[in-house]
Design a protein around this ligand. Structure first.
Ligand code: SF4
Ligand code: SF4
Length: 353
């Protein structure tokens, strides 16, 4: 997804990935020239096919003929006769699941497997817990790619559920969407010592049992952690557990009585405010010094279609319905207003008038 400037850049990243012991490459037609560059890199490096598992994805909602043409184009760009894995890219809404289970998507996935063009099918999702639960329970999918992060653990129970059912689980973007951990603030560096934040986040996910970690590499050196952590998929050590406990405690200390426990008991909000997601960003900003990341995510709200939340804290009508539901007695409307003030990008300065 990230090594898209040229086939040479992709080739350098793939070569470094293989040297690091990585055996799974994941891409998508939606990542611009990524498939074409990856195809060129695979041809140039002449990598034996059996050394790599290759995954690509298709956006949901297309009709059967369009989906068939899209899959064949992907294979052509990649120079492959067969993908190991084909994922529904962004199974984020109920209609996407319906498409995959009953609609043209179901026929497309059946056709792709019957023709031997793909091994197993799965999905990536940024959707609700309920939707992902239904997708996992459908029995249709052999793997899922989810947002699973040290700093956003909401979907970990879903991952455990999937793993227990023999469904592969890939953690999407632990470094970037997991908190821009490759560029951590000083508080975070200090709280995670003697580990780096990214190292601790990767180890946390490996300990949780995720079957695939993604390392979104733009340069060969971005794969340094793959080398350093190769084989480090055992349980957390006592020192790692202590570092995680210190990190959590430091967050609680800085947040004081305003810490949101992320229990979700305040939902549903009659105005549709995603209270826990917004207060999680506040937790990150005030508890861990991650304001630039939290602000970036906050200001994407309402601008990323079904890939992220639609409403920010300004949608709170101060009705108070959530207040009695919070086991921590948090002043939710006040915290939301403060979160908006803290994270909303300042309005652009008007030059005239
Ligand atoms: S006070 Fe705000 S967040 Fe709470 S239920 Fe009412 S509108 Fe939703
Ligand atoms: S009920 Fe309270 S602690 Fe739980 S998610 Fe909502 S605001 Fe946070």
């Amino acid at each position: 997804m990230r090594a898209v400037d040229s086939a040479a850049q992709m080739g350098a990243v793939v070569e470094a990935a293989l040297a690091a012991g990585i055996n799974h490459l994941e891409t998508a037609p939606a990542y611009g020239p990524a498939e074409a560059h990856l195809g060129a890199a695979l041809r140039q490096l002449a990598i034996p096919r059996e050394r790599l598992l290759l995954t690509s994805k298709l956006l949901p909602g297309v009709d059967l003929a369009t989906g068939q043409a899209q899959l064949q184009s992907s294979l052509q760009r990649l120079g492959l006769a067969r993908l190991d894995n084909l994922a529904v890219h962004g199974l984020n809404r109920p209609e996407h699941l319906e498409w995959a289970l009953q609609g043209d998507g179901a026929a497309l996935l059946r056709w792709a497997q019957a023709e031997g063009l793909v091994g197993q099918v799965g999905f990536s999702s940024h959707g609700s817990t309920d939707l992902i639960e239904r997708a996992l329970a459908s029995g249709r999918f052999g793997f899922c790619s989810l947002h699973l992060h040290l700093f956003d653990q909401e979907r970990l129970p879903l991952a455990r559920q999937a793993l227990a059912a023999g469904i592969g689980v890939m953690a999407i973007s632990p470094a970037d969407k997991g908190g821009r951990l490759y560029d951590p603030p000083p508080e975070l560096v200090e709280d995670c010592a003697p580990f780096t934040p990214l190292q601790l986040a990767y180890r946390f996910l490996l300990d949780a049992g995720v079957s695939t970690l993604t390392l979104g590499a733009a340069r060969p050196e971005d794969l340094a952690w793959a080398v350093a952590l190769a084989g480090a998929d055992g349980p957390l050590s006592a020192v790692e557990k202590q570092a995680l406990a210190r990190l959590a405690e430091a967050g609680r200390r800085r947040l004081g009585a305003g810490a949101c426990g992320q229990c979700r008991a305040c939902l549903p909000c009659p105005s549709g405010v995603p209270i826990p997601a917004l207060l999680r960003l506040r937790n990150l900003a005030l508890g861990h010094g991650m304001t630039p990341f939290a602000s970036e995510r906050y200001n994407l709200i309402g601008r990323a279609g079904h890939w992220w939340e639609a409403l920010d804290a300004s949608a709170c009508q101060q009705c108070g319905a959530c207040l009695p539901r919070c086991p921590h007695g948090l002043p939710i409307p006040d915290l939301l207003a403060a979160t908006h003030q803290l994270l909303a990008a300042p309005p652009r300065r008007r030059l005239w008038g």
